[in-house]
Design a protein around this ligand. Structure first.
Ligand code: PMP
Length: 434
């Protein structure tokens, strides 16, 4: 049945939304044409919309739900906290200490950690720490990398990278935030040499997310870290997506390149709002309240920072992951199987490649037979513009929900979900006219 016939209630809700919310959504990725379906319930690997349609979900709350939607242990722990203790005392409590101890135990670069309410905030603070520590201004970021929409980091995110990312940036912001190519060391190095004396840090998603779930090559990260340290700058990993998802210690643990600072979010909050900066004590301590202006880094205001509901949910999820490390192997095997099935479903019809790491994956309909090693490659060699238009809508009609033609597997996704997903792709590929 056509999407519009399946989703009448969502259509009406979207019309109402457009009257009071610019563009009808508060997060641009949640829109797709002609209008998004409105979710009424979620459980395990599934979501349901207002018209009662079920979808196998791979968006998983922006990849936050590694154990699936509404995991019973999380529901229990959060309900107890809210029902019997508090939900927002706005004062220190045991839960932030417990979660901080888990982060320091699990994440190799984390000697100290500070929580805030979102990954965007955390990335903004990490960059501020780097600038203060080095007394320099320039931040390097990956072309196609996303760290939230803070003023400091709103450049070089989407295609075409040369065009300003947003109106409303004050002067100086774009001069001090310089994009570098991903996985191309020679090209990145030439940018570094040009600005060497003024570079405070590079902030890198070690598996670039929105830019295609493409893992960084180990030698690229090693070279980057080495050269940054030689010039007196530091390396920041943004592991908001990969932290606790690729493994208990994130991508840094897997690749063995340990950054100076790490930005965390998503899985860390067990499905509730969270962000964190973790890293070397000497850098993190610059944010201590015991330091006085101007020699301190202002960090960690925030009415809801360390809110106990997020802390309790995070502790619950991180403990489950820590006690069951086999989860990661299972998730990775599932993702590899699904990727293989989807690529096979395209055989003889279209040329399709998948990228990913661990439980993260993305499906690319290729324009030509090339490797995808960077966001630049993604925009050059794939039909990326179909991801959130035709592909998203057709998959939704077939009962599968993906953003950017990809997503994340959770422990709740079973073989049947995966078979149905591969069948949906087969149907989509058989109909697609390029
Ligand atoms: N960094 C990365 C790599 C992200 O994927 C995101 C969110 N998608 C952010 C930072 C921003 O996090 P938040 O949405 O929690 O502000």
């Amino acid at each position: 049945m056509p999407y519009e016939d399946l989703t009448c209630k969502s259509k009406m809700l979207f019309e109402r939304a457009c009257r009071v919310i610019p563009g009808g959504v508060c997060h641009n990725l949640r829109y797709f044409p002609p209008y998004p379906f409105f979710v009424s319930r979620a459980e395990g690997s599934r979501i349901w919309d207002e018209d009662g349609n079920a979808y196998i979900d791979y968006w998983m709350g922006h990849y936050a739900h590694i154990l699936g939607h509404r995991h019973p242990e999380v529901v229990k722990a959060v309900s107890r906290c809210i029902g019997e203790e508090f939900y927002h005392p706005g004062l220190v409590n045991r839960y932030e200490v417990e979660l901080a101890e888990l982060v320091v135990e699990l994440v190799p670069s984390a000697q100290k950690v500070k929580f805030c309410s979102s990954g965007t905030e955390a990335a903004m603070y990490a960059v501020r720490l780097a600038r203060a520590y080095t007394n320099r201004k320039i931040v390097l970021k990956i072309r196609g990398g996303w760290h939230g929409a803070s003023t400091d980091l709103s450049c070089g995110i989407s295609h075409p990278f040369e065009v300003s990312e947003t109106d409303g940036l004050p002067s100086g912001v774009e001069e001090n935030c310089i994009p570098i190519p991903f996985n191309d060391w020679d090209a990145a190095k030439s940018v570094i040499e040009k600005y060497a004396e003024d570079i405070a840090c590079a902030i890198v998603e070690p598996v670039v997310g929105v830019g295609g779930f493409i893992p960084a090559r180990k030698d690229y990260l090693e070279n980057l870290k080495k050269r940054l340290h030689e010039i007196g700058a530091i390396l920041i990993f943004d592991e908001v997506i990969t932290g606790f998802r690729i493994g208990p210690g994130g991508y840094q643990e897997r690749c063995g390149v340990i950054p100076d600072l790490t930005v965390l979010g998503k899985v860390l909050g067990g499905g509730f709002p969270v962000g964190a900066v973790a890293g070397r004590s000497d850098i993190m301590e610059l944010s201590s309240h015991s330091r006085k202006k101007p020699d301190r880094v202002l960090m960690g205001g925030g009415t809801f920072s360390c809110n106990p509901v997020s802390m309790v949910a995070g502790i619950t999820v991180l403990r489950i992951l820590k006690e069951n490390p086999g989860i990661y192997r299972e998730l990775e095997e599932k993702a590899q199987k699904l990727r293989r099935w989807i690529e096979e479903a395209a055989k003889g019809r279209l040329f399709v490649k998948t990228t990913g790491a661990g439980s993260l994956f993305m499906v690319h309909i290729m324009k030509e037979e090339k490797q995808i090693e960077s966001p630049d490659d993604l925009f050059r060699y794939t039909h990326w513009e179909l991801r959130d238009t035709i592909i998203r809508r057709r998959l939704a009609e077939l009962g599968v929900h993906m953003i950017h033609a990809g997503g994340s597997l959770s422990t709740a996704h079973g073989e049947e979900d995966m078979v149905r997903t591969a069948e949906a792709f087969e149907k989509l590929f058989s109909e697609l006219k390029l």
